[in-house]
Design a protein around this ligand. Structure first.
Ligand code: SAH
Length: 467
């Protein structure tokens, strides 16, 4: 294999498995090949597009024999949009691939020996299952071949999702199957209004332009939060917000953010209320959760409910325990477990989420949850232990980056009998479990499908203190 590997055609390659970024994995000449847009079980000719030190990257050149697990994707944007890369794979096979991803990560990265990994818990809904979508405005929408060939491109403004690996290109979305209506309707109406009124769509390369991003959050009970982010204040902003309110008077919470920073996160910026309330309220069983613009909430509520039931079952609480809920968000897991524990202590770094958590305690008449704002690595200190005692059970649900090493060390020091580790990234979970392995034994592993048609997998692991 020489320099010419690039563009080389690899003949009749059998696609073996899936990788966690939505690609597939094959082997050629003892090398790993990552390829997009295929399915495990396919046989295809591949064209190498990149040669890395440890692997090759390829694209399909010709599909010779389609895999038995393939189905026809239901979305017109499939293949271009980065949202649902697994729509061409039958749902039951997606579940098995996710289970395999968990096993691969925990065994390979963590070097862990595992009990039999449970089957992936399927999502109750596989369409319209998300309660939050984030769309980006761009003055450089992705153009398909037909449009380019027609030479008749009037408008390059778009509102939709990122084209994978092209940070400045946005796939203009007409209909998305991830969030129930009126999500599609609202997005399309805002885009039409913006085009008609000549509002500028953001230029990510030059970092200028008016309209930046649109967030739509919904609840199972039909409440709606709409947040518009703009690059600068402008007289047109109020007109746009008034248009949205006038067209959709049922929006529960209509807000906007003026953001002239280089990125789209707004945790450090004021979110301003245009009309309605500052929050929406979601229900889970008999509980109600108020969620503000800056608070995390699980994006698939019925499946989050199932996952919380699983967490409760695994934690085997008797009512006497002190439980710590690390990375608590708006306090949801803490409040869900409150009636089975003596007390639950939740920690979270976003102050607005902790305000929601405290309000959620009041809203549900729960008096035995206590919430603290700060970085988990700094909060597990003597002050909290003096106040609440050591926990017998820790629930931890960190972001994709996993837990800081100081947090894993602190958990070992606190020595709870049980840990339930909830993760949305099996790679960092594997790393953290390896750090805990000397002290904690893995009792069970439960993949959960929160995100149908994507390679993302949530994984709940029960750990017990070794004797
Ligand atoms: N357990 C919650 C939220 C999980 S998402 C639920 O089920 O809804 C992860 C949460 O961790 C987010 O709310 C995020 O703001 C918070 N977070 C991220 N890094 C953190 C850190 N270093 N310390 C504390 N909280 C953090």
């Amino acid at each position: 294999m020489g320099k010419n590997t690039k563009n080389q055609i690899l003949k009749e390659i059998a696609i073996e498995s899936a990788s966690s970024d939505g690609k597939c994995v094959a082997r050629w000449n003892n090398q790993v090949v990552f390829v997009e847009g295929l399915a495990p079980g396919d046989i295809a000719d591949l064209r190498v597009i990149r040669k890395k030190r440890r692997h090759l990257e390829a694209v399909p050149e010709r599909l010779i024999h389609p895999s038995e697990i393939r189905v026809v994707p239901f979305c017109q944007h499939f293949g271009v949009c980065g949202g649902c890369k697994w729509q061409h794979i039958a749902y039951e096979n997606q579940l098995e691939l996710k289970r395999q991803l968990v096993i691969d990560n925990l065994e390979r990265i963590g070097g862990l020996s595992l009990p039999e990994v449970q089957e992936t818990l399927p999502s109750p809904q596989t369409q319209y299952h998300r309660n939050k979508l984030e769309f980006t405005f761009s003055n450089r929408r992705w153009l398909d071949h037909e449009e380019i060939l027609s030479g008749d491109i009037l408008n390059r403004d778009g509102l939709g999702f990122h084209k994978p690996r092209q940070y400045d290109k946005i796939v203009d979305i007409d209909q998305c199957y991830l969030q129930k209506d009126p999500s599609n309707e609202i997005r399309n109406a805002i885009r039409s209004y913006a085009r008609e009124h000549d509002l500028s769509f953001y230029d990510i390369r030059r970092k200028q332009g008016f309209l930046r991003n649109l967030i739509i959050r919904s609840t199972d009970g039909d409440q709606l939060m709409v947040i518009v982010q703009v690059g600068q204040d402008h007289p047109e902003l109020q007109n746009l917000m008034d248009f949205i309110r006038g067209s959709y008077p049922d929006i529960t919470s209509l807000q906007y953010v003026i953001n002239n920073k280089g990125n789209e996160t707004f945790f450090d910026l004021p979110v301003q209320l245009h009309s309605g309330q500052e929050y929406i309220t979601e229900s889970m069983g008999s509980l109600k959760f108020r969620i503000g613009a800056k608070s995390f909430y699980q994006t698939n509520n019925p499946q989050a409910h199932r996952m919380y039931d699983l967490i409760r079952k695994l934690a085997r609480l008797s009512g006497k325990e002190t439980v710590f809920d690390l990375y608590t968000g708006a306090g949801t897991i803490a409040l869900y477990l409150a009636d089975s524990a003596k007390q639950v202590v939740g920690v979270e770094q976003v102050p607005e989420a902790i305000e929601d958590a405290k309000e959620n305690s009041r809203l549900n008449g729960i008096a035995n949850c206590h919430f603290y704002t700060g970085d988990t690595k700094d909060l597990l200190e003597q002050e909290i232990i003096n106040k609440h005692g050591k926990p017998q059970v820790i629930i931890t649900d960190p972001p994709r980056s996993g837990m800081h090493v100081k947090v894993t060390a602190k958990i070992i020091e606190l020595g709870p009998q049980q840990i339930v580790y909830v993760s949305c990234n099996p790679a960092t979970q594997a790393r953290d479990l390896a750090l805990l392995d000397h002290h904690y034994q893995i009792k069970s592993v439960h993949p959960v499908d929160m995100f149908p048609h994507t390679a993302h997998v949530e994984c709940v692991v029960l750990l017990e203190l070794r004797k």
